[in-house]
Design a protein around this ligand. Sequence first.
Ligand SMILES: Nc1ncnc2c1ncn2[C@@H]1O[C@H](COP(=O)(O)OP(=O)(O)OP(=O)(O)O)[C@@H](O)[C@H]1O
Ligand SMILES: [Mg+2]
Length: 449
Amino acid sequence: MNEDVRTILLVEDDEANRHSVTLILEQSGYLVLSATNGHEALDILRKSDIDLILSDLKMPLMDGMDVLKSARLIRPEVDVIIMTAHGTIETAVEAIKEGAYDFLAKPFKKATLLRTIEKSLERRSLVRENTRLKEALKQYESQKGIIGQSPAIRHVLDMISQVSSSSSTILIQGESGTGKELVAEAIHQSSPRAREPFLKVSCAALPETLLEAELFGYEKGAFTGATQRKEGRFEHAHRGTLFLDEIGEISLAVQVKLLRVLQEGEFQRLGSNASIHCDVRIIAASNRNLEEAVKEKTFREDLFYRLNVITITLPPLRSRREDIPILLDHFIRIYSEKNHKAVTGFDTEAMSYLTTYSWPGNIREVENTVERAVVLTKDKILTSDLLPQNIRQSPQMEGDEIKIPLGMPLEEVENILIRETLKKTDGDKTLAAKLLGIAPRTIYRKLEP
Ligand SMILES: Nc1ncnc2c1ncn2[C@@H]1O[C@H](COP(=O)(O)OP(=O)(O)OP(=O)(O)O)[C@@H](O)[C@H]1O
Ligand SMILES: [Mg+2]
């Protein structure tokens, strides 16, 4: 069906009038669905995509005011225009008060009818456009902190938009410093729960009993030192999102309790038998590979499957090197503002170190490196002497040559040599393999993150 055709629901018991209004509307290019009474009208409204309702006021069974009130409940975004031959100022005022968009006194001219309808539809598309823009802005706002243009990071952003509208449990995996917490926050911020709490529990930071108390709360006297009742994070996060960081570290006993919350949406405070219901979206993160933990029997398989409904895997920075310069710029802007400095960037030598370094600490390491350089610099341009020793020990490109410091791990030397040769061959792996005297297969294997 053509999307531009607007559908009008006409509610009119008088056959002659229904016929003539339908004719006028159809001649003007509208699609008309007509109902002879209010019940029929509401039925159509529930089932079809209606842009506007045009309803007579005086009808048997259910009059125009009833149609109006019910329509406002079923589809508040659809305007209602009331028509009547018994028009008095009072009924008009009453209809408008109940939320009618406008009022037409019978008999009305064709031009008046069409103008009123156009005005309403125009308003409706403005409202729609506005809602669409607001949604887009919300998405943009919540993702603007996630920097990167690589296909890998774009895929992560797509995943965030796809999963944010639901309440399903999400597992975020990735090395330390790849942005797991940032992504969890972005999901919450672009979800319908955005106005409710986003709470974080670092599961690795607490010993078992304290973690249980933190998550589920406790009653007075539940254990030594429990001098009064305390609510847990699950209660505080009600209707919001709970971010369980480093979930791979929790003990098997806590895993059982967590499983129960995920399965039944219920838990008990320590020292109590009363079940408490909660509506909490769980986002869990781990820098340990949980599948391996399951194999090693340190992580329950059933809990893993409950958590693993949707998994977002954050790529390490070394597998998306094109994002390094963008991230450096991003943090330079942040930290020069914070430190009231007008730093513009790194010089060429420093950039050559920064873009070839392997960044084992990922984005957090980039951030710390930039912060340190910005704080230390006296200049607007950051030089390589502001970089930590380990970064300056990474190999450096000089035209077609690489300077490799003594003592660099062979594996890293190999990776760098392969990567730089690939750059020279414009990504042609077969040619690069020939130059390096290895099989193309080896290149694929070595380049896996
Ligand atoms: N794509 C990104 N764009 C901008 N900043 C980022 C990005 N990813 C991470 N960061 C920043 O890097 C730092 C580390 O990120 P975060 O704390 O989310 O990592 P993590 O994966 O939770 O690490 P860990 O496993 O060590 O807890 C934060 O300051 C975060 O804002
Ligand atoms: Mg983290």
